[in-house]
Write a protein that binds this ligand. Structure first.
Ligand SMILES: NC(=O)c1ccc[n+]([C@@H]2O[C@H](COP(=O)([O-])OP(=O)(O)OC[C@H]3O[C@@H](n4cnc5c(N)ncnc54)[C@H](O)[C@@H]3O)[C@@H](O)[C@H]2O)c1
Length: 342
């Protein structure tokens, strides 16, 4: 097991990474109080049940799976339950799920009685390498992603690698896309590991992959908790990725797949060649079809746009990055030239 500590002025927390950890959660988390365990219908029920068994006063809320649960209606279900259980400021919420469950239940914990303890047990690769640490919690509103939320740090995070055994390969690949992203901007050795390893070797070395990503994210969060600067590095590949994602109907391409395409579009030369070879090897897409006429209008709605310019992350050498500004038309051209039209 590996233990990382994330330090912040408001107080830090431990991140435990290893195998068979969920069955021992009570050794690491204070479950001697009222505990609301939150999960979703797509997460194997054994995981939340394992935590519940370790609580004397545990209750469960199981929400619908998918992005639609990051809503006011589902937030209200959680808050109703917390009121019904008469939870007080000494009680806690435990998320057992991917980024959806983590973002939603973290936000519920931040609002209830102005904030009660929150623990995160991420069950997808994306949430294990990225979303479970750093304190971003949110729901979607009026069709805008993550627009209502809070920075609210967990009290501890348990990353149990065994939970990934039930995760479909496509979801594994989405998490891997974010891990490749972090290696490209910040960890040359991790990227080289992706280059030289087969898909199976990557899976067999999840402890190394996940711990490396969490170290990168920990540094980013410790340096820039509220995303005033460095934390934007995590958006590498996301601007063009979002343009592709916004065009998808019925989630034809998942977020991580769009990020892979976005990273490819914004990269050049040798970096691009090396990235494409890693993406192809693991099975992430390197090409897609877009509606070229819609690219400009999607880019114009990007949250990061200011005075017609979009701030993006560039990787010109593996393991290093810089921030750059592009006009909407420059980015639109890059996107349009990169992919096939409908
Ligand atoms: N807070 C942050 O810093 C941050 C960062 C990145 C992304 N996010 C958010 O994360 C969300 C996406 O998270 P995600 O990719 O984890 O998706 P997700 O939470 O929707 O999970 C993906 C699917 O996998 C299922 N699942 C989860 N764990 C499983 C397991 N172990 N075995 C089998 N099935 C399992 C879920 O039921 C779901 O259907 C988005 O809402 C995004 O906005 C947040």
């Amino acid at each position: 097991m590996e233990k990382l500590h994330l330090s912040l002025p408001s107080g830090g927390y431990d991140i435990l990474i290893g195998n068979c950890l969920i069955d021992k959660a009570s050794q690491y988390l204070n479950l001697e109080r009222k505990v609301l365990v939150v999960t979703d219908k797509g997460v194997p029920s054994d995981y939340a049940n394992s935590v519940l068994k370790q609580c004397k006063q545990g209750s469960l809320v199981c929400v619908e799976e998918g992005e639609r649960s990051k809503s006011f209606a589902t937030l209200q279900v959680l808050l109703d339950k917390m009121c019904e259980l008469k939870m007080d400021r000494g009680d806690c919420v435990v998320a057992v799920g991917g980024g959806v469950v983590g973002d939603l239940s973290g936000f519920a914990a931040s609002c209830y009685m102005r904030g009660i303890d929150f623990y995160n047990i991420p069950t997808t690769l994306l949430s294990q390498v990225d979303s479970s640490i750093g304190g971003k919690t949110a729901i979607n509103f009026n069709g805008i992603k993550n627009v209502i939320g809070a920075f609210y740090q967990p009290k501890a995070v348990i990353v149990d690698i065994d939970l990934l055994k039930t995760l479909p390969k496509r979801q594994i690949l989405c998490g891997l896309s974010e891990a490749i992203k972090m290696s490209m901007t910040s960890d040359e050795h991790l990227f080289e590991f992706f280059e030289k390893s087969s898909y199976q070797e990557i899976i067999d070395n999840f402890l190394y992959v996940i711990a490396s990503c969490l170290k990168i994210k920990r540094h980013v969060v410790q340096t820039d908790e509220k995303e005033n600067g460095l934390r934007k590095v995590l958006n590498f590949g996301h601007t063009i990725g979002h343009v592709i994602e916004a065009q998808q109907e019925k989630e034809k391409l998942y977020h991580g797949e769009c990020v892979a395409l976005g990273m490819k579009a914004i990269s050049n030369g040798d970096v691009k060649k090396r990235l494409v070879s890693v993406l192809q090897k693991v099975g992430l897409p390197t090409d897609c079809v877009i509606d070229k006429e819609k690219v400009n209008s999607f880019l114009e709605h990007d949250k990061k746009i200011k005075n017609g310019e979009v701030s993006v992350v560039l990787v010109e050498e593996i393991g290093k990055f810089r921030f750059a500004k592009f006009s909407v038309s420059e980015l639109a051209k890059l996107t349009i030239d990169e992919f096939k039209g409908v």
